[in-house]
Design a protein around this ligand. Structure first.
Ligand code: T4K
Length: 369
């Protein structure tokens, strides 16, 4: 038996020698945080790379969600998806907002726009969808509903780094999009994140809010938070950005290998590329139909684990099933059948830049058997 552990992901690391040069420069500058040189450079480079007009860096992918809700003064109820990482819904809780869960579409795992209107009440102020696994939401349909009811749209785009639809960045949709640059993401700054906005005024306000609300040495315009990215992480990000295209290409090759090998395995399904979409291959979820496959998802998951293949059940349990949220009226199983089905059948296979062919083969062989 092969004892090498294959994890679900492995971080994209900058070249250490190159990083050392940046560190020396930071040491010389003696400016290590608070909108420093590399912070500004990374914001510029990311705006260009991501094809977005304005971006503000954060210390992680959770605080831009929390701050976006503050900046847009969202209150009352917000419509969101249960099929995500807990941080999505936690950002609402931290703002005293009631989450209202709406079911997902089986084709993408994203919130189903056709089910949003029925969940709107006089207290609804916004929609918070997630481009789960980096697959684009039906943004036009969501925007039409938002416009009709006067709602804001904040996209949790934590998985959607670099994703484009018909040549346009998905990050320009809605009022605000947020990104995560966590170690496990396609592009990482160790911990880190960002917010994308459409205009300079909002960018300025967000920059105040992530710096305690300071709008000058002696003026505080709002009860802001501290969520500034430091110079060391910004420099790390600048180096990583140079290799992210190659990393995405490596991930794409892995996705092709998985798809070719698993297409004819009875009871195993997966997503194919969507027409017109530039994907980032951030995750490779497969879905197990126990009856056809002859084994349940959990049986396969633990069998893989026994053989040192550490896939992950992202996103199981559903957010709506965690104790904090399960008593909400919208958290019932009857309201969220598609989300339950996906959460109960998913395993994310190992997926990262540089995953070796023999490791892909090992994963595939385990599933085939
Ligand atoms: N919205 C969405 C939709 C999100 O998915 C996330 C985060 C957020 C918001 C919030 O963004 P952040 O505030 O986190 O920036 C991970 C990540 O911690 C989390 O960022 C991510 N989503 C979530 C989906 O996954 P865990 O608890 O599964 O990570 P962990 O530590 O078990 O790592 C998974 C595997 O990655 C390990 O088995 C091995 C590998 N790994 C991990 C780390 C940290 C490494 O090889 N090296 C490392 O340093 O949550």
């Amino acid at each position: 038996m092969d004892n090498n552990i294959i994890t679900v992901t492995s971080p994209l690391l900058p070249d250490l020698k190159e990083f050392e040069k940046y560190l020396e420069d930071i040491w010389n500058r003696k400016w290590i945080t608070n909108n420093g040189y590399y912070h500004q450079q990374l914001e510029k480079a990311l705006a260009e790379y991501l094809k977005v007009p304005y971006i503000s860096l954060f210390t992680n992918g959770t605080l831009p969600l929390i701050t976006a809700l503050q900046a847009l003064r969202i209150t009352g109820e917000v419509i969101t998806t249960p099929y995500s990482f807990v941080a999505t819904t936690h950002s609402l809780w931290w703002n005293g907002i009631k989450p209202v869960f709406v079911d997902i579409e089986p084709e993408t795992g994203n919130i189903d726009p056709a089910k949003i209107e029925a969940a709107i009440t006089p207290k609804t102020t916004a929609i918070m969808p997630v481009h789960v696994y980096g697959k684009p939401c039906k943004t036009q349909e969501i925007q039409d509903i938002a416009d009709k009811y006067g709602l804001k749209v904040i996209y949790d785009a934590a998985h959607a780094f670099g994703v484009e639809v018909d040549g346009k960045s998905i990050l320009n949709e809605g009022d605000i999009s947020t990104l995560s640059f966590h170690a496990t993401k396609v592009f990482n700054t160790v911990e880190g994140g960002a917010m994308v906005m459409h205009d300079e005024k909002t960018k300025k306000r967000i920059d105040y809010l992530k710096n305690f609300g300071f709008a000058g040495e002696t003026e505080v315009i709002a009860p802001g938070i501290n969520s500034k990215m430091d110079e060391i992480r910004a420099a790390y990000g600048i180096i990583n950005l140079k290799q992210v295209d190659a990393a995405i290409e490596s991930r794409r090759q892995t996705a092709i290998k998985y798809r070719n090998a698993l297409r004819n395995v009875d009871g195993i399904t997966f997503f194919d590329d969507m027409p017109g979409v530039k994907h980032n291959y951030s995750y490779f979820p497969i879905f197990v139909d126990a009856e056809k496959y002859g084994m349940t998802r959990d049986e396969l998951y633990f069998k893989m684990k026994e053989r040192n293949v550490l896939g992950r059940r992202y996103f199981y349990p559903l957010i709506s099933d965690f104790s904090t949220y399960r008593n909400l009226p919208s958290a019932t199983k009857g309201n969220l059948p598609n989300a339950h089905k996906m959460a109960d059948s998913v395993i994310c296979l190992p997926m990262y830049a540089g995953l070796r062919d023999e490791d892909v083969e090992r994963v595939v062989e385990l599933i085939e058997k």
